[in-house]
Design a binder for this molecule. Structure first.
Ligand SMILES: NC(=O)c1ccc[n+]([C@@H]2O[C@H](COP(=O)([O-])OP(=O)(O)OC[C@H]3O[C@@H](n4cnc5c(N)ncnc54)[C@H](OP(=O)(O)O)[C@@H]3O)[C@@H](O)[C@H]2O)c1
Length: 322
């Protein structure tokens, strides 16, 4: 098969489509003929040597999600058969013509969706479901603030939070991104380059924050939390350390938590997939949640896809297609 591999030295690392040995499935795995692979911010970090995959996952092929057709099943696979169309969450190796993955990390492609749309779903939906609804325990009628509203994670969190009855605030870096988030259902979009989100949201207050910025955003989040609020971290792009007012955490009885999905054990991901199929797949089937594919690239153009993501011009997801 061919796969998009990380080549070159240190900071000069690039992506190239090259020959690679075909993978073979273990007893619990399916092998997928990949038609599309989602691009995620984490892939850029892996290319730069800053986010190595967990043991057993190819180090030189990025890619955390795919959609395609099952071409082979391990002996103990019960749920899928050859020819089934699936999308799947991976711990790496997704920019390839073939992948192997545990059967419980696959979901059926929702009706009417293309392979590119289906490949844009798993990483963001698994992350949002586990962090906003499980860890953050977002409830109907509550207020959520989603930083990076136009990111792949953001467009997913906006649509799911709205579908489950929350009031949604987002931060974005431009008016164009603000408009896009409002059209997806956000109630208020704050351009963080021209306004302070805490000044605008202090009176309404927030129950849950989904934050990938970190650094100075932590104290700014704390300042607008309602009592019993939950701040959930999925990255810290501005920085891993912050100074906070502990008294405010105590007075408001806040919870500050976070998680990373990639290295979690199979049992967790399998359970998450089942919950997502039950709770989120009906929204995709009915069209009340729509995938947002901003741009597709061929596998040969993977480096251009990374450059677009690095520029942060995109709104929603970037996908590689065959
Ligand atoms: N923990 C986990 O398990 C997990 C899983 C998946 C993703 N993630 C993390 O979630 C984040 C989003 O991932 P993605 O693949 O969706 O990436 P993405 O589409 O590239 O999104 C990154 C976004 O961050 C926004 N941003 C940058 N600085 C900001 C600031 N100061 N305030 C508000 N927004 C800001 C950018 O938008 P602007 O142009 O508007 O600035 C951009 O839309 C990444 O940090 C990724 O590592 C974590």
């Amino acid at each position: 098969m061919k796969a998009v591999q990380i080549t070159g030295q240190q900071s000069q690392q690039e992506l190239q489509l090259m020959d690679y040995p075909d993978p073979s499935p273990s007893d619990q795995q399916v092998k997928i003929d990949v038609k599309a692979s989602g691009v995620n911010r984490a892939d850029l970090a892996q290319r730069k040597g800053k986010y190595p995959p967990p043991p057993g996952v190819p180090e030189d092929i990025p890619g955390l999600e795919v959609a395609g057709i099952v071409m082979e099943c391990g002996k103990q696979v019960a749920r899928w058969k050859k020819g089934d169309q699936v999308c799947a969450l991976l711990a790496g190796g997704g920019y390839a013509e073939q992948v192997v993955v545990e059967e419980g990390q696959c979901l059926p492609i929702p009706k009417r969706l293309s392979f590119a749309q289906a490949a844009s779903l798993p990483e963001a939906i698994f992350t949002v479901w586990s962090n906003v609804f499980q860890r953050g325990a977002l409830k109907k009628g509550e207020h959520i603030l989603i930083h990076g509203g136009s990111s792949g994670i953001g467009i997913t969190a906006i649509q799911l939070a709205k579908a489950f009855g929350a009031k949604v605030f987002v931060t974005v870096g431009s008016m164009e991104k603000a408009k896009a988030c409002i059209s997806l259902g956000a109630d208020v979009a704050v351009n963080y380059k021209t306004e302070n989100f805490e000044d605008l949201l202090i009176h309404q207050g927030v129950d849950v924050v989904l934050d990938m910025i970190g650094g100075s955003y932590l104290q700014r989040n704390i300042s607008i939390m309602r009592p019993e609020g939950r701040i959930v971290y999925i990255n810290a792009m501005e920085g891993n350390t912050a100074e906070i007012n502990i008294a405010q955490v105590m007075q408001k009885r806040l919870t500050i938590t976070g998680s990373t999905l990639r290295a979690r054990e199979y049992a967790f991901k399998k359970q998450l997939a089942a919950e997502i199929q039950d709770q989120v797949w009906p929204l995709l089937e009915s069209g009340s949640f729509t995938p947002q594919v901003y741009k597709t690239f061929s596998f040969e153009e993977a480096m251009l896809a990374h450059e677009l993501m690095e520029s942060s011009e995109h709104i929603g997801k970037i996908v590689l297609v065959r």
